[in-house]
Every structure is written in structure tokens, then in C-alpha cells.
Design a protein around this ligand. Structure first.
Ligand SMILES: [Zn+2]
Length: 291
């Protein structure tokens, strides 16, 4: 401080101005640095956001393309399966997309055993899970265990309404059908016999999963029993196997008395709010003899 006393006034002014200039420059420099750093930070954050957005777009595209590949693969797999199965006849798909499996000569569509004019049973086939052992050529007792349980419930409910339902025909062996069919052919010829009787191996009665009720006559549909069966059997898992007006699908005339057990879910779909569908229509399969 002592030295200031020796400085002239002009020198003091110059010195002060220099200090002010230095301070101003420093402040300006700091301000510039701050502004630049803020600008750089903003730019960085913007470019990061952009990158993130780009990444997410890329991810979405990647996912989509992955999905497309998966779908294409699926299509390829199914078409490969379908085509290879068609050639090997081990796995086919019906016209409505249901899986057809052939196990030990027995055909299952969507897991449902099918015996019709297209799909036959081996001569050795007998009901796989009978309520009672299969020992006779024909029986109303050695039917499928699950079917019998459903039948007992349906029979009880029908009886409670004063209706008289009874099974008139149940299981029939392959050999029994040989005898029956040949008798009809001798009487009416093949063409006529094929409209009401099954060729051996093609009869659903060999499965143990169906039965005929009461009188096997057209008049059954007009009885109280026939009407009740038509409107209620699906609740117990039964379907009218050969519905009215469905000959072109089933290959058989209307049989109001012939019930097939398929389980409540499928039976309800076949009931179709009273407009019975045949198994053939529902699954998209045929019922035609090969010759
Ligand atoms: Zn029948």
C-alpha cells in the first residue's frame, strides 16, 4: 500500500482501468465457457435422445421382422407338416383345419374317434374302455364307460319327466356287421344297403361310443321321447349323429334314434341352437366309400 503513494494519478487510473479490463475479460470468458458448456450439454442430450429414439425404432423393426420370420417359419412348418403328412398319410388336416391322426388304423379328428364311410376301423377293434368286458358279438352293456355314465344321468332325467327311454342296440362287433350287411345287400343290393347299413369296419356301433334308442323307426322323432332327445341329449354329451337333411355330409339318412357320445363341449357345438350339425360338416371331413 505504501507504494501507491508514490504512483502518479495518471498511473493509478491506468492501473485501475487494467484491473477493470482484466476482471471484465475474466467474467466474459467465464460467461462464454458457461454458455458453450450448456450448449454442448444440450446438444449431447439431444443426440442421446435421438439415438434412443432411433434405437427404439430399430428395436421395433427388429421385433417386427423377428415376428415376421416366426410367422413365416410357422407357416413353413405347418405347410411342411401338411405336405409331408399328406404324402405319408400319418398326419393330415381337415378342410376346416382340424388335425387328423391315424393310430393303429383308427382315425381321430381333433382327438375324436371317427368311423364313417371314409374312415374305417380295423376288424380287430373292440371298445377300448368298456363299462363291462366285451365278450359278445353285440351288447347294450359293454359300451364305453364314460358314455354309460352320461347315459345313466340322461336316462334318470328323462324318467323323471315320465319319458321311457331305453337302449335297443349298442355295441356290434366287426363280424356281426359282416353278417348284417351281407344280409341287406342280398335283399336290396349294395347301393340301397349302403344308404342305411354300414359296411363292416365302417359302422359306428363297433366303437362302443354310440347306441340306438327305442324303436329304430322314423316315427321316433315325433314321439315325446324323440323330441326330448333331440332337444336335450347334447347337455349329456350326445349328438344326433345323422341329423335331418344332412345325408350329403354323413352319407346316411336321418336317424333320430342313433346317438353318438362326443362330450358336452362338442355336442353343444353340434346342437347349434337346435339346427344340428353333423360331425362331417363341423370337422370338414367326408363320409364316402372309396368305391
Ligand atoms: Zn345306430
Amino acid at each position: 500500500m505504501a507504494r501507491h503513494r508514490h504512483l502518479s494519478r495518471r498511473q493509478r487510473i491506468v492501473r485501475r482501468n487494467r484491473i477493470i479490463l482484466a476482471c471484465t475479460s475474466t467474467i466474459l470468458l467465464i460467461a462464454i465457457i458457461v454458455i458453450i458448456s450448456i450448449a454442448v450439454r444440450e446438444r449431447n442430450s439431444k443426440s442421446t435422445n435421438n439415438k434412443e429414439t432411433e434405437n427404439s425404432v430399430t428395436n421395433t423393426q427388429t421385433n417386427e421382422s423377428t415376428d415376421n420370420v416366426t410367422n413365416t417359419d410357422r407357416e413353413n412348418i405347418s405347410s411342411t407338416e401338411a405336405s409331408s403328412e399328406e404324402t405319408t398319410a400319418a398326419y393330415k388336416v381337415t378342410s376346416k383345419g382340424f388335425k387328423i391322426e391315424e393310430i393303429d388304423g383308427i382315425t381321430y379328428v381333433d382327438g375324436v374317434l371317427i368311423a364313417n364311410k371314409t374312415y374305417s376301423l380295423p376288424g380287430t377293434f373292440v371298445p377300448t374302455d368298456p363299462d363291462q368286458p366285451v365278450t359278445e358279438e353285440r351288447s347294450i352293456k359293454c359300451l364305453d364307460k364314460t358314455l354309460m355314465s352320461a347315459w345313466n344321468t340322461m336316462h334318470k332325467d328323462a324318467s323323471a319327466k315320465g319319458l321311457n327311454l331305453y337302449i335297443s342296440s349298442g355295441y356290434r362287433s366287426y363280424n356281426y356287421q359282416v353278417t348284417v350287411y351281407n344280409t341287406y345287400v342280398r335283399t336290396d343290393g349294395v347301393a340301397k344297403a349302403d344308404t342305411y347299413s354300414s359296411r363292416p369296419g365302417h359302422s359306428e356301433h363297433q366303437t362302443g361310443l354310440c347306441f340306438d334308442l327305442n324303436t329304430i323307426e322314423d316315427s321316433f322323432q315325433y314321439t315325446d321321447e324323440g323330441k326330448w332327445v333331440n332337444d336335450n341329449c347334447y347337455k349329456y354329451g350326445f349328438c344326433i349323429r345323422f341329423p335331418k337333411g344332412k345325408d350329403q355330409y354323413t352319407g346316411y339318412q336321418y336317424e333320430s334314434w342313433h346317438l353318438r357320445y362326443v362330450g358336452v363341449d362338442l355336442a353343444t357345438k353340434l346342437y347349434n341352437n337346435g339346427d344340428w350339425l353333423s360331425l362331417e360338416e363341423f370337422f370338414g371331413i367326408t363320409s364316402e366309400y372309396p368305391n
